[in-house]
Design a protein around this ligand. Structure first.
Ligand code: UD1
Length: 456
């Protein structure tokens, strides 16, 4: 229930978040950092962006209120709130309960009483690819949806064929018209068998949410096993969905007539966890990553342990430290969960720029996810690219420089590079960072990093 003192509508939320994280006219903010400081202390790990976004989208599946806690304060969340508002989702943000602090994340109450618009326009979808995932839920609930194609993006072509084939298997009629996907299911979606030829996180989300409301049984084979998919499935189950096989690559869904409201806490961000673990390793620091869960990123933690980083699970989170010893080089290939995540590839490359020897990192998920290479080279990193593989030969010293953020994960690799470099690094186009890393200057600054935001 909304309370004027405790809740604001989504427009106010968007406005206030815009003010705080300064998207829009101040999008050209820069981050300045002086390298060489050890990180020590505590870094709170936020709720996972990649779970928060599809969970918010799941609110389209019911006219009841979906309450989500531990939502991170990020530009992508703000943008999605705006998009969902356009479809008719009312968002109220709850105030903090006594004893809660900023680490507890935000509480969103999303209510899609009526879907007022089944069109997701280009201006909105082009700003954030995950907003394409409204397609399945809108189609399942309303029998129609018209969603702009997300278009290309800096890390590759990123097609949506798997999403469309999956929805077709559930009976959707789909046509492409003027850059839009027009999907219809006049008699409602029906259960079907979807065999993905390739693992796709987004297509799994889209088809899973649609199947929850389809008539009869659906089976999704070769489903993504990323923990964020599991988190969404758990939330859907709380809402009344019938899903078997959560956490495996075969999801079996018995469609139900309707879903109800529920309350769900977003799981901790494993990519933020891995990123800060690497930042700590980069500076020879000693930090507790509060609320981090090691089971969400075992492969990445094993790689770091192999490189000489100490990582121990405690009841408060993960303790990460590197004593004076050097870093051993690594050999890593990105792959779908439980493999090494592509979203940590750039950060690992930055770390290995100072390792004692040559590391090899192969990117198998996205074809063009090496834009950070030329920027890391500006700091003095020695990286040779050979197709989908990078060979990184550790150097004794990196030097601060002006660099450009090109995408979300690439940007944060430059922060790690800057933390290791001698002198001043200035990172331009910080808005990429604001999409996915909550209060990064504050979190690192509190642990001793010399980092500040320069407003445009
Ligand atoms: C999600 C994550 C992103 C992560 C990626 C891979 C969110 C919000 N984003 O993105 O951070 O880097 O998973 O772990 O959760 N593909 C196709 N056809 C399709 C869909 C995808 O060929 O219809 C390809 C992509 O081009 C890519 C691969 O499949 O090569 C994996 O992409 P996918 O898992 O779909 O990534 P996203 O869901 O967009």
């Amino acid at each position: 229930m909304k309370d004027a003192g405790q809740a604001r509508n989504w427009r106010a939320v968007v406005a206030s978040a815009q003010g705080r994280i300064r998207i829009g006219k101040d999008a050209m903010d820069r981050i300045r950092l002086i390298g060489g400081e050890r990180l020590t202390g505590t870094i709170p790990i936020s709720g996972a962006k990649n779970a928060a976004l599809p969970l918010m989208i799941a609110s389209l599946l019911t006219s009841d209120t979906l309450t989500l806690t531990n939502i991170p304060q990020l530009a992508d969340v703000t943008q999605l709130a705006r998009i969902l508002g356009n479809h008719g989702v009312d968002l109220a943000i709850a105030g903090k309960r006594p004893g809660q602090s900023s680490i507890d994340g935000q509480t969103f109450r999303l209510t899609a009483g009526d879907i007022v618009d089944t069109v997701a326009p280009y201006e909105m979808v082009s700003k954030m690819r995950a907003s394409f995932w409204v397609l399945g839920p809108l189609l399942a609930r309303e029998g129609e949806a018209c969603v702009s194609l997300p278009g290309g993006c800096a890390i590759g072509t990123r097609p949506v064929d798997l999403h469309l084939e999956g929805l077709k298997a559930l009976g959707a009629e789909i046509e492409l018209d003027g850059g839009y996907v027009k999907a219809r299911a006049p008699q409602g979606l029906r259960g079907g068998r979807v065999v993905f030829p390739k693992v796709s996180v987004g297509a799994t989300h889209n088809v899973l949410m649609a199947a929850a409301l389809a008539k009869g049984e659906s089976v999704i084979e070769n489903a993504a096993r990323e923990p964020e998919v599991g988190d969404v499935a758990e939330c859907l189950i709380k809402m009344g969905a019938q899903i078997d096989g959560v956490g495996t690559s075969t999801l079996r869904i018995q469609g139900v007539d309707g879903l109800s409201g529920a309350e769900h806490a977003v799981l901790p961000d494993r990519i933020e966890t891995g990123t800060y673990a690497m930042a700590v390793a980069a500076t020879g620091g000693d930090v507790l990553l509060e609320r981090a869960r090691g089971d969400l990123l075992e492969t990445a933690l094993d790689v770091l342990r192999g490189a000489g980083v100490e990582i121990t699970a405690t009841n408060r989170g993960l303790h990460v430290a590197r004593n004076g010893a050097g870093l051993a080089p690594v050999e890593v290939e990105t792959s779908p969960f439980p493999g090494f995540p592509t979203d940590l590839q750039a950060q690992l490359m930055a770390l290995m720029a100072r390792a004692d020897g040559t590391s090899t990192i192969r990117e198998t998920i996205f074809e063009n996810r090496f834009m950070h290479v030329q920027e890391l080279a500006r700091l003095g990193a020695d990286i040779a690219l050979d197709g989908d593989t990078a060979h990184i030969t550790g150097v004794d010293v990196l030097h601060g420089a002006q660099v450009m953020a090109t995408d979300l994960r690439a940007s944060v690799s430059l922060v790690i590079g800057g933390l290791m470099a001698e002198g001043e690094t200035v990172i331009n186009r910080v808005y990429h960072l604001d999409r996915g890393f909550e209060r990064i200057e504050e979190k690192l600054g509190r642990c001793g990093a010399r980092i500040e935001r320069l407003s445009a």
